[in-house]
Ligand binder design. Structure first.
Ligand code: SAM
Length: 286
């Protein structure tokens, strides 16, 4: 997959950006993942990929200087944007069209359904250090967004969309709630300042989770146990981590159609659901 995005800015451009940042009153913060998209083609490509229409309510997390927010506002019925940085929020209040509702706050704290209602999509260039926490919070919110089209670190995008035999706890978590695919990669030249890592746009389309909410914690306790020692065989790791007799685990794996020698990375969500069901049944019988 080739990288999209124009090359890094020249010295005059860099000076222009310094002036923009000074005018807004920020010095881009690494901790807040402040790498701003300046390549309009990439912005349009992300919004196109999200399929935003005039029927959509869109939640953008981290609008930054508002480049993508303005494109979203042109196409959507309503845009709600959550920005944590006070100086950026002030700048956005002064410059965004009044059709955009700006919330100054932390996307790890804001109540999404209160902010956007019950039927919405998410389009964002996420702050990378908290991207997986934000995605998890969105997917677990009630109701979750219909779809997320988000830029994240490329390696994270690929891990979220992995298939057996390359699964991780992150992949099981994301795919439990939706179907995920990497749409395209984006090179560092599309951002100011360029991030140290490569980027990619990932799309996650929500599907109803295969278990009721009250069983999520028990299911993921078993999956997390499986990944606790990812190189070890499941029979061993599940019996040690869950403190269960080996023969109980062996029977459950057999019932689930998973060989005892399998490792966690080789199981998809459907396999884990069978292991979970078989372990629940085995524990009830013991
Ligand atoms: N959307 C803009 C763009 O593409 O140019 C900026 C994206 S930048 C990668 C991430 C943005 O998220 C920054 O504006 C940053 O201040 C904001 N941010 C960081 N942590 C946040 C959080 N916990 N909640 C809301 N916004 C956050």
């Amino acid at each position: 997959m080739k990288n999209e995005g124009s090359s890094s800015a020249n010295p005059a451009e860099r000076q222009r950006w310094r002036e923009i940042f000074a005018g807004v009153g920020i010095s881009p913060s690494k901790a807040r993942g402040q790498n701003f998209l300046h390549d309009r083609k990439i912005v349009e490509r992300i919004v196109d990929a999200a399929g935003v229409t005039t029927n959509d309510v869109v939640l953008e997390i981290g609008p930054g200087l508002g480049v993508m927010t303005r494109e979203l506002a042109r196409r959507a019925r309503k845009v709600v944007a959550i920005e944590i940085d006070h100086a950026l929020a002030e700048h956005l209040r002064a410059t965004l069209p009044c059709s955009v509702e700006l919330i100054e706050g932390d996307a790890l704290q804001v109540d999404f359904s209160e902010a956007v209602g019950t039927d919405y999509i998410v389009v964002a260039n996420l702050p990378y250090s908290v991207a997986t926490a934000i995605i998890r919070r969105l997917q677990e919110s009630d109701p979750p967004p219909r779809a997320l089209t988000v830029m994240v670190q490329r390696e994270v995008a690929e891990r979220m969309c992995a298939r057996p035999p390359d699964m991780s706890l992150l992949a099981v978590g994301v795919q439990f709630h939706g179907s995920a695919k990497v749409l395209f990669r984006v090179g560092g030249g599309a951002f100011v300042p360029p991030p140290r890592v490569e980027s990619a746009v990932v799309q996650i389309t929500a599907h109803p989770p295969p278990l009721p909410r009250e069983e999520w914690a028990s299911f993921f306790r078993i999956v997390a146990a499986g990944f606790a020692r990812r190189r070890k065989q499941l029979l061993h790791v599940l019996s040690v981590e869950l403190r269960l007799p080996r023969d109980t685990v062996a029977r459950a794996l057999a019932t689930a159609g998973v060989t005892s020698q399998s490792r966690a990375e080789t199981l998809g969500v459907a396999d884990w659901l069978r292991v979970y069901a078989a372990l629940c049944e085995a524990q009830e019988l013991t």
